[in-house]
Design a protein around this ligand. Sequence first.
Ligand code: ZN
Length: 273
Amino acid sequence: MGGMTEPWTEVADGVFVRRYRFFAQNIVAVVDRGEALVVDTRSTYAQAREICSDLRAIGAPRVAAVVNTHGHYDHAFGNRVFRPVPIWGHERAVAMLSPAGGQHELAVSDLPGLTAELAEVELDPPDRVFAVSATVEFAGRRVHLSHLGRGHTDNDIVVAVEGSPVLVVGDLFENGATPYFGDGFPLDWPATADAILRLADGATVVVPGHGDIDGRALLTRQAGEFAANAALARRIHAGDLDLEAAIAASPYPAEAAREPLERALAQLRGNLD
Ligand SMILES: [Zn+2]
């Protein structure tokens, strides 16, 4: 996968996004005075080293801090490559990145071509953790981290770069694909999405974890879809609708609609908490 990237895009002054073709993943670097804060670390050490190497192209060879938007392996398995730099994340990301969190098994199952690379990955969860919000300062910049509720996981955070219109939303929003509900909380997700929407205006640059950079329109559209999915699940739960009819009415494509509804039903039945 070496070199399978597009160049960095400077989306605001000193805020760069690089799209890696692997998982169409966006990595963000906030740069000042030769230092960088890096958001998310990809799936393997080789992929993380590729980030380090690519940082030279934007004049920021030194990494001052790392942020994990959440504890999924593709956002955090490169963490160790950046040590001893502090790694920030939500306090519940630590459990997701513990052996019991199952991320290693999931990665091995998802990525059969990367068995050797995954074998060398040691779980290295964030060491600078918080429950609701935190501010990271480095060089002359301040970056605000906020957990606005459960959604894609129980530990998603959004990253706002002070003095810029950039909002990094992790996998709470995905562009060009149905968001992943496998670890999600579909009943909480609409309120979390609405809280993020309130942080955005017409000038906001929204960087999703995967897919194209977008604006407030992406947040508005997907917030509506989360609400529609939850409402359909409530109707099934109330006996007003069967699952197949709900799939047909889902905002998601038929092949992707079952998991969001089933996950919402599991939550309604009290099986997720
Ligand atoms: Zn994820």
